[in-house]
Ligand binder design. Structure first.
Ligand SMILES: [Zn+2]
Length: 353
């Protein structure tokens, strides 16, 4: 959504090819594609007039077109460029002590290995307060929104976050479980040669505690969002296997869904193999216990016929809908209709609407 033209084009193509909902990324990397009081305008909007509001404009364009609009918000993931953000107001420049660290106290600016770039520390209370302000502002300023959609609401992987704040807060959470002498010994080791002494003494608790940090945020987000606008559909993009998501990403999304903090989930069933997508969709639908599931399909890396096969498959498994990731990839930034044309020709309207 980098120009008025591109916004109009999204709405035009979605309407033309029979889609009923848009998930539009308005917080990409700790920045804003909407009017924000808390985060800098996205650098991709630098050439646009200062009063161009991509989300506001899209909502106006979508009005009357029968399209739901969900604001897609990346949560803890805030940067992925080798150079620092241009704005000094960006959270990475303004609050470097909020950045999540690995066990060697390092972080990385760009995607490499299992980490996509800079994440914020999920257990830091200032991080949570900031994120709630940002997401509250989106809900309040855009009452026409149909939903809020969380992405990267997790740790990069289980190798994070070992920042000084996490170590201190985790110690606080478990210290009552040990005798005074054991506590003194762990403190001595933690302040000396091994800063991870407490974590290593309680490995299972360490994982549970980190899952709780993300879950606590999701619960607060849900309560706040429902208070601001009870009609909002709350959702998240999640790793398709709930057990692996909880173990490796500390993302306990089945618990969030069953607690009704979220109304629906979008499992990222991006595998190229339709049999894998089928298995994942069936399991998520079963475990959601009647709550709607919208299966995310990795359209960017498969031909349209393969996407069609996956759409049919996930519908048969009882998914309420599907989403195609992503618009930019399959329309080549709005310049090609070939992919959408084939999808529309071969996929019947969803009986659920
Ligand atoms: Zn931390």
């Amino acid at each position: 959504m980098v120009s008025p033209d591109s916004v109009e084009r999204v709405v035009q193509l979605a309407t033309r090819y029979g889609f009923n909902a848009l998930f539009v990324q308005v917080r990409g990397r700790g920045d804003a594609y909407y009017r924000s009081s808390y985060e800098p305008r996205a650098e991709a909007l630098a050439g646009q007039p200062a009063d161009f509001d991509p989300l506001g404009y899209l909502l106006r364009c979508a009005e009357g077109a029968g399209l739901q609009v969900h604001a897609w918000l990346n949560v803890f993931y805030v940067w992925s460029q080798p150079q620092a953000p241009r704005s000094r107001q960006h959270v990475v420049s303004r609050s470097p002590n909020w950045i999540a660290r690995d066990a060697q106290n390092r972080y990385q600016m760009t995607t490499a290995g299992r980490v996509e770039g800079v994440y914020l520390c999920p257990s830091n209370p200032n991080v949570r307060t900031h994120l709630l302000k940002v997401f509250g502002e989106v809900a309040e300023r855009y009452p026409q929104l149909d939903g809020l959609h969380l992405d990267y609401v997790r740790y990069p992987y289980e190798g994070y976050c070992y920042c000084a704040g996490c170590r201190a807060r985790f110690r606080q959470a478990v210290q009552e479980r040990v005798s005074e002498s054991r506590r003194a010994e762990l403190d001595r080791r933690a302040s000396g040669r091994n800063p991870l002494a407490w974590i290593q003494a309680f490995p299972a608790e360490w994982s549970d505690w980190r899952r709780e940090q993300v879950s606590t945020f999701v619960r607060a987000f849900s309560r706040q969002s429902r208070r601001i606008n009870p009609n909002l559909i709350l959702s998240a993009a999640v790793w398709p296997d709930p057990a692996l998501a909880a173990q490796h990403k500390l993302q306990d999304w089945l618990y969030w869904l069953r607690s009704d903090w979220l109304d629906t989930v979008l499992p990222m069933a991006y595998d190229k193999d339709t049999a894998v997508v089928q298995r994942q969709a069936a399991r998520v639908v079963e475990q959601a216990q009647g709550r709607p599931v919208i299966v995310g399909i990795g359209a960017w890396q498969i031909p349209p016929q393969s996407a069609v096969n996956k759409i049919r498959t996930v519908r048969r498994q009882g998914a309420r809908g599907f989403s195609l990731f992503s618009y930019d990839a399959i329309t080549q930034n709005g310049t090609s209709e070939t992919y959408l044309c084939q999808i529309e020709r071969e996929v019947n309207p969803n009986p659920f609407g």
